[in-house]
Structures are given as C-alpha cells and as structure tokens.
Design a binder for this molecule. Structure first.
Ligand code: PMT
Length: 216
C-alpha cells in the first residue's frame, strides 16, 4: 500500500521498555524490544505521516524518524507530554515501568548477609495523563499486555486511560507480545467494535492498525 493516506498527519509513538535505576550499575526493566512500535512508526512514515518516536532503551535503528531516546518513565513522560498537543494520533506501544526505586543509591549497593529490600514509588502513567488532556480531534491508541483475564483488564485500561482503542496482546499466546517478530492482537474500540488477528508479522499488525483508522 503506497498510498499516502496519512500525508501531513502528526503521529507520536512511544516504544520499548523503560529502565529504572536502582544504583549506578543496576536497573528494573522488562522484555520489550520496541519492534511493535517500530513497525507502527514505519507504516505511518510510509503513509506520509510526520512521525515522532519516543523510545526507551532499544537496539533498533530509529534514524529514519524524528527520535527522542529516553531511559526512564519520567523522561518518557516529559518528552511525550511536550509533544502531545501538536499530535493527531498517539500510539502508546511502550512497556513503561509502573514503578521505580524510591531512591537511586549513589554508590553500588553492597551484598548483605540478609534479604535486601528495594522500596518502589509509582511512575507517571503516560497514556493516562495525556488521556486527561486529549482533544476531540486527537486519536489515542493504547496497548495492553496481559497474562490473565486479558479482555477484562484491557477494557478497564481502555476506559481508565480515555483511549479510543486498545490493542490487546497476551503473553499466553505463542508468537505474540515481547521480542518476537509476530503478534496476535485483539483491537477493542471505545465504540464497542472488536477486531481480532491471527498470529501475523508485527508489520502486518501495524498495517491492520492503519487500515482500522482509515475505516474510522
Ligand atoms: O516491544 P516488543 O518486544 O515488540 O513488544 C511489544 C509490546 C508487548 C511491548 C507491545 O505490543 C505492548 O503490548 N505494549 C504495552 C505493554 C504494556 O506494558 O502495557 P500495559 O498493559 O502495562 O499498559 C497499558 C497502556 O498504558 C500501554 O499503552 C502503555 O504504553 C501505557 N502506559 C502504561 C504504564 C505507564 N506508566 N505509562 C503508560 O503510558
């Protein structure tokens, strides 16, 4: 599909994990590779959109986009928040850490003879905060990665974060979710419409998302 269906549209995409430092040599993170968001960014760019990527630490060549590389959830929030008002479409594909260590130790934490405890504080929820200031002409698309009661939790996030749709992928499905080149998704629209995919390449999931936007 070489048609420039999104010519001049501004699209913000968050992708990858975030890393939350514990001390100078350790962090809390997750398994996101950024591949899903990368394919969405590519699809929009091919369709003529002006793409801004806010990427956590990933091993991807993002030089074809206007890319902001960040490490923590706080940094990702700061950049996404700054860019939000000028966007037509926001896609929240990042796996943002919900918590970060309450304090980052200045020096490498020493091994103890006893159990160690790390206190955590809540990170900003980027999709939720930006959902609060979403304008009627802006489209917000979230993702949900679940391991149980998938549909229920996805729908809760759809409403809580004021999303227009949520793309559910389950860690229980073979060939779906983190790291792999394929995904299996269910797209829940706030209108009640639902679209299911088979296990297909993430590039085709991206195309499916663009097609659904065109359908309105
Ligand atoms: O990167 P890959 O290896 O290709 O894997 C793709 C993926 C599994 C990471 C992706 O398809 C995906 O599901 N991304 C969302 C993962 C996730 O952590 O979802 P969540 O259910 O925790 O969050 C729900 C939504 O809120 C997401 O759109 C998320 O980006 C957003 N969120 C969550 C927490 C937070 N603090 N800020 C957010 O913006």
């Amino acid at each position: 599909n070489r048609k420039k269906d999104f010519l001049g549209k501004r699209v913000l995409i968050t992708l990858g994990p975030t890393q939350e430092n514990i001390d100078p040599v350790r962090f809390i993170s997750n398994h996101s590779s950024g591949k899903m968001g990368f394919e969405i960014a590519k699809a929009f760019q091919h369709a003529g959109a002006i793409v801004s990527v806010v990427a956590g630490p990933v091993h991807l060549d993002l030089s074809q986009f206007t890319t902001h590389r960040v490490t923590s959830a706080n940094e990702m929030f700061e950049v996404a928040n700054r860019l939000h008002s000028e966007q037509d479409i926001c896609v929240f594909a990042a796996a943002v850490a919900d918590y970060a260590p309450s304090e980052i130790a200045k020096e490498k934490i020493k091994k103890l003879d006893s159990e160690a405890v790390i206190h955590l504080k809540k990170n900003p929820d980027i999709a939720l905060e930006l959902g609060r200031k979403k304008k009627p002409n802006q489209l917000h698309i979230g993702f949900a990665l679940e391991t149980e009661q998938e549909e229920r939790y996805a729908l809760e996030k759809l409403h809580k974060k004021n999303l227009d749709w949520i793309v559910l992928n389950s860690a229980r499905d073979e060939g779906a979710g983190f790291k792999v080149d394929t995904n299996k998704v269910s797209i829940f629209h706030s209108s009640g419409r639902v679209t299911h995919s088979a296990v297909i390449p993430k590039s085709e999931v991206a195309q499916l998302i663009l097609n659904e936007i065109k359908l309105g």
